[in-house]
Design a protein around this ligand. Structure first.
Ligand code: 8X3
Length: 256
């Protein structure tokens, strides 16, 4: 399916997998609706997307945790942007790596509010229009962590398990319409993920990737665009992808 001229909404588009996905859709000639909290970074991604071939780019400042702001942003999009063909639910984060019984409530709130409730708010705002138009594709970012928990990550892993099952449920709820629902579930990807988790502690973040060649954001973006580009009768339900040196969320082979 050609992605040229399709309206693609990407949340968390200012960095990492979101930014790489924006650039990958840009190369297909899509029209990009880029959403994030950090508008400065978003403007940089928008400029790069235009150079890469995006048919048009529109940026919106959005905190997916704010239900009312999400609904307003979608309800009051400029007319030429109001028909979203593809939604990429990418906004998400981890905070902290602590034993559950030592964890911080504010870290839990931030992860649950962004990764679960934010995903729900955006999906709830966008999908009704897709149902009315009889056309659409929702691609959400899951994780290997959503299938198998790891020590000290129970809440983050729980949010990604929720994503996996919310996607499965949504796929059943749109059955009978032409709408497609996909989850792309990466393992270790080299982004700011660990830096955000450790609140800027770069030494601790670097240790996460030690001795492993991780996936790049572009590796993941390629799969997202591939899923979107399948013929209209093909639904890619779920893709799990890891570096070759990772077997699952617990088991790695690290070079000495
Ligand atoms: C990111 C993968 O294993 O670092 O979702 O949590 S992991």
């Amino acid at each position: 399916m050609s992605l040229k001229g399709k309206n693609v909404l990407i949340t968390g588009a200012s960095a990492g997998i979101g930014a790489a996905t924006a650039l990958a859709f840009a190369a297909e000639g899509a029209r990009l609706l880029l959403a994030a909290r950090r508008t400065g970074k978003l403007a940089d991604v928008a400029a790069r997307a235009k150079t890469r071939g995006a048919a048009a780019v529109h940026c919106i400042e959005l905190d997916v945790r704010d239900h009312r702001a999400v609904q307003n942003a979608i309800d009051f999009l400029p007319r030429e942007w109001s028909e979203i063909d593809i939604l990429v639910n990418n906004a998400g984060l981890s905070r902290g790596l602590d034993k559950l019984y030592m964890g911080k409530a504010e870290d839990w709130d931030e992860m649950i509010d962004t990764n679960i409730k934010g995903l729900l708010y955006v999906t709830r705002a966008v999908v009704p229009g897709m149902v009315v138009r009889g056309h659409g594709h929702i691609i959400s970012l899951g994780s290997t962590a959503g299938e198998l928990a790891y020590p000290n990550g129970a809440v983050y892993c729980g949010t990604k398990a929720a994503e996996r099952l919310i996607n499965d449920g949504l796929r059943q709820d749109v059955l009978g319409t032409p709408i497609r629902v996909t989850s792309v579930d990466p393992g270790m990807v080299e982004t700011d993920f660990s830096l955000v988790r450790f609140r800027g502690d770069s030494d601790r973040a670097a240790k996460v990737y030690k001795g492993v060649k991780p996936l790049t954001p572009e590796d993941v973006a390629e799969v997202i665009v591939w899923a979107a580009g399948r013929p209209a009768h093909v639904n890619i339900a779920r893709v799990q992808m890891t570096p070759v040196q990772q077997a699952n969320s617990l088991l790695f082979h690290r070079d000495e």
